[in-house]
Design a protein around this ligand. Structure first.
Ligand code: NAD
Ligand code: DAU
Length: 363
């Protein structure tokens, strides 16, 4: 069956992997990448698919109701996979309004445009898929019970965990999740939501822990570990997330939520040491030679202690499982950044840094 799908945020980190997967796996679909190309959006992430006949890029802001309305009609869109967002917690602490604008109003704008277009014809065959984060659930404690089912505790985020966001980023994502559920419950829109843990892999903007630290190790610059490095994250290779998104888009039940995670908890400081060892070896330096770059700095405000996902629902109902061991995924990731130094240098160069204006000023 042919489908016309808008993927928002397709020029970003996860979005580019989702666009690539859909363009290559479903030649019969039309894939429209809607992205505003903020600092985090980079069309170079998709240079290998840009000439495919089933792919189109449209530069637009998800907050622009008119632009979204006309695109949905022009392309007769029947599916939306929504990834566009401001995604970095540290930026949200500096600039919460931008996060409310993009993540909350942007999501609401897409929902409203989709409803206007789809509701009169009926919801049959339509799908609005919202990509969210585990951060909406708040933070877990760090415990070491007798027989923990995970290395840092035996409590995990499930789909029933009460929302308790702490950062402006997670508060905005939580709010957007609520709007998506409201459109399902109020208008009957066939929506689905997934909440995923920390992703890593190629094309991640080097403001996030793993690519930032690979870049700094390469150049022998300090590695700023927040606080004592004791916070725990559950890491998932980005292509495994993209495969989960494919499954949920096609087989997830309308109105449902699916958690996605890697069963792969790491304390930041242990991850950083593993990253140093892997990067040193691939750079031909003695393993561990760059441990002295570790620099403990002031903690992130409101820093969530531990995230860990219970992914049993998607495993049970849709048969998804992470495919890569972390050590293998990490090595693949470091190798990619070292083999794409031009990409790293480009996105961190003064020439790349882009500003854009919106209602709240220049960013
Ligand atoms: P990213 O910052 O790499 O990319 C975001 C993309 O959205 C960029 O291409 C950017 O240009 C685009 N964008 C931003 N504002 C826009 C606007 N107003 N209109 C149109 N496009 C806009 O983000 P990412 O890490 O790839 O995350 C993608 C989604 O997945 C986000 O919704 C995020 O909350 C969610 N998520 C991310 C992770 C993770 O570990 N990175 C984990 C779980 C969920
Ligand atoms: O859990 C999913 C979330 O993961 C996504 O929703 C977010 O979009 C994504 O950015 C990510 O959020 P985190 O805040 O967990 O990711 P980040 O890479 O910024 O940080 C990972 C951990 O490393 C976190 O505990 C903070 C710490 N850190 C981060 C940076 C950038 C440092 O110690 N030093 C740093 O310089």
């Amino acid at each position: 069956m042919s489908r016309n799908i808008v993927i928002t945020g397709g020029a970003g980190f996860i979005g580019s992997h989702v666009v690539r997967l859909f363009v290559e796996k479903y030649p019969e679909y039309r894939i429209i990448n809607l992205d505003a190309l903020t600092y985090a959006g980079n069309l170079a992430n998709l240079s290998d698919v840009e000439d495919k006949p089933n792919y189109r890029f449209v530069k637009a802001d998800i907050c622009d109701l008119e632009a979204v309305r006309s695109l949905l009609r022009e392309e007769r869109v029947d599916g939306i996979i929504h990834l566009a967002a401001e995604s970095h917690v540290d930026r949200s602490i500096r600039d919460p309004f931008l996060f409310a604008r993009t993540n909350v109003l942007g999501t609401l704008t897409l929902l409203q445009a989709a409803r206007e277009y789809w509701e009169p014809e009926g919801w049959e065959g339509k799908r609005f898929y919202h990509i969210s984060t585990d951060e909406v659930y708040g933070a877990l404690a760090l415990t070491h019970p007798e027989r923990p089912s995970g290395p840092y505790g035996d409590v995990f985020f499930t789909e029933e965990t009460r929302y308790s966001p702490h950062s402006p980023y997670s508060a905005a994502k939580a709010s957007s999740d609520h709007f998506v559920r409201a459109f399902h419950d109020t208008y009957g829109m066939p929506t689905v939501i997934s909440n995923c843990s920390n992703n890593y892999g190629p094309y991640q903007f080097p403001e996030k822990l793993i690519p930032l630290f690979i870049h700094n190790i390469r150049d022998r610059r300090p590695l700023p570990v927040y606080g004592k490095g004791e916070n725990v994250r559950d890491w998932l290779y980005v292509e495994d997330h993209a495969r989960a998104i494919d499954l949920i888009f096609h087989e997830g039940k309308a109105g449902e939520t699916y958690n996605i995670g890697g069963h792969n908890e790491w304390k930041n400081i242990d991850l950083v040491k593993q990253l140093i060892r892997t990067t040193d070896v691939l750079l031909g330096r003695p393993e561990g030679a760059d441990m002295d770059l570790i620099t403990y700095v002031e903690d992130r405000k409101g820093h969530d202690l531990r995230y860990a996902i219970d992914a049993s629902k998607i495993e049970r109902e849709l048969g998804w499982r992470p495919s890569l061991q972390f050590e293998e995924g990490l090595e693949r990731t470091v190798r990619w950044y070292l083999e794409h130094q031009d990409w790293l240098d480009d996105v961190t160069s003064g020439a790349y840094v882009k500003y854009y204006e919106n209602a709240y000023g220049k960013y």
